[in-house]
Design a protein around this ligand. Structure first.
Ligand SMILES: [Mn+2]
Length: 477
């Protein structure tokens, strides 16, 4: 499950000043500069040739220029905001700094544009030594070797981008960009601002949406992306194992979450893919439980849904474990139904199957039918009604990467498999979630190292308890 919360539009930075507070602002200016958003330092990125090839695959599909803008870094005023590039822009450039833009021309020339005009231009902010004293060095068009660093044959000042778009509008009847997915608030504020900017620069051009073409590319992972995902998954497996070893009644949910984040960060993860979910007892039945405040009690079942981010890519793995190290008979019964449903769905993964809720290719239906035909609730009713979400989704630069649920799976896609049963009446929620690469003939379970069998989980928890007892005894000596 688990979503990265959308960046709050309500927290958009507003810039205004009245004369009365101007002097205060001047005094405080240094403080504001010091607390400006910092850019997320990603551990690694793919070679420039990979981003270049993605752009080439896009420009081969269009007959008009593609114009995209990255995020500005001013989307939020929160003190804890860390700049992360807009995902589609990052996917096509690997550029993770503020205030960039890009114009790429269609591969098939319309015949009107001068053949010697650059086909790809990256626009970057001018060098600002004053700002760099606070925030560190940023790339700029004047940097020696900037073309080789960015992988763009032409790199220009962002201030020149608008005139370039105005010129393109004289040659081409249309411009491709990412249109807001809903008319009013969708994609707010970034996508709406880009469209407003384009409409002002090129009022006569028809704007066309390039989102579907980029999404189609993003769904098939490159070898580099799979390596980053595997690293994120491995860190997340490590944190789950650590959580299993430390879990016991008396801990608070936030203590377990803190350990998970520590394991991720110490292993090189630059951020959490999403806010960690640790839900004990009744909280196990809330899909996106986010308070982390409960003191974990003897007899609780605990849902742990966490994912490290590595080089921009997020894992998404869930385990459900007994707080005291031993599943009750009822917890075990429901746990094994979810595990059986997950195993049935995973076994059926191959190209051609899909994540649609219905149909003969539906993996979801396989998991639902399993759950609905095993076990009962307290009233003798089937359990299908307690399986209240989809089976899985794509992961990638976003923990909920874009993708069509009813589109056939293809080799190179990486999806989650996460059936669940949530029975509030019994304070019993169980979700098991793993990350799977679709291959030519079937699948590869990327999170295989993390045990799913109840007995194996209990064994790891018992080892953790024994280690704690030993450490406590040493402390007594
Ligand atoms: Mn998920």
């Amino acid at each position: 499950m688990h979503s990265r919360l959308p960046r709050g539009p309500a927290r958009r930075r507003r810039e205004f000043a009245s004369p009365a507070i101007l002097s205060i602002l001047i005094v405080l200016a240094a403080c504001f500069a010091a607390t400006a958003a910092r850019a997320q330092e990603r551990r690694d990125r793919e070679p420039n040739s990979v981003y270049l090839e993605r752009r080439a695959r896009l420009t081969a599909q269009v007959d008009c220029p593609i114009v995209l803008l990255g995020l500005t870094g001013r989307e939020e005023s929160s003190q804890t905001y860390i700049f992360e590039q807009e995902e589609n822009f990052y996917y096509l450039t690997g550029h993770n700094e503020e205030g960039a833009g890009m114009v790429i021309l269609p591969a098939k020339s319309s015949g009107n544009d001068a053949s010697n005009s650059p086909r790809e231009i990256l626009y970057l902010p001018a060098k600002n030594p004053q700002k760099e004293k606070w925030n560190g060095v940023r790339m700029s068009p004047a940097d020696p070797g900037i073309e080789a660093r960015t992988g763009f044959a032409t790199v220009k000042l962002f201030a020149e981008m608008r005139a370039a778009v105005e010129n393109l509008a004289k040659t081409y009847p249309c411009i491709y960009t990412i249109l807001p997915y809903e008319k009013e608030l969708g994609g707010y504020p970034h996508e709406k601002e880009v469209v407003d900017w384009l409409q002002q620069a090129a009022p006569q051009s028809k704007l066309k949406d390039i989102r579907a073409q980029i999404t189609a590319l993003r769904q098939i992972k490159s070898p580099g992306e799979i390596a980053f995902l595997q690293r994120a998954i491995d860190l997340t497996v490590d944190s789950h194992l650590e959580a299993m070893r430390m879990m016991r009644p008396g801990l608070h949910e936030y203590e377990v979450a803190a350990k998970i984040v520590e394991v991720h960060a110490m292993g090189g993860s630059e951020a959490e893919g999403y806010a960690p979910i640790v839900g004990a007892g009744p909280n196990s039945t809330a899909l996106h439980y986010d308070r982390l405040s409960r003191k974990i009690e003897d007899g609780d079942i605990v849902v742990l849904d966490v994912g490290a981010q590595y080089s921009g890519y997020s894992a998404d793995i869930t385990r459900t474990i007994p707080a005291n190290g031993k599943f009750t008979p009822r917890q075990l019964e429901v746990y094994n139904i979810v595990l059986g449903a997950q195993n049935a769905a995973i076994a059926a993964i191959k190209p051609g199957m899909d994540l649609c809720q219905k149909g003969s290719k539906s993996l979801h239906k396989i998991s639902y039918d399993y759950i609905n035909s095993h076990g009962k609730d307290l009233h003798g009713k089937s359990l299908g009604q307690y399986y209240i979400h989809g089976l899985g989704h794509n992961i990638g630069l976003n923990v909920h990467d874009p993708g069509e649920y009813c589109k056939a799976l293809e080799p190179g896609m990486v999806v989650t498999m996460e059936p669940g049963i949530y029975i509030p009446e019994e304070n019993l929620g169980v979700r098991i979630e793993d990350d799977v690469l679709v291959t030519d003939t079937g699948y590869k379970l990327l999170s295989e190292r993390l045990p799913r069998e109840a007995a194996e989980i209990e064994k790891i928890m018992a080892q953790g308890a024994a280690q704690r007892a030993k450490a406590a005894k040493r402390g007594d000596d």
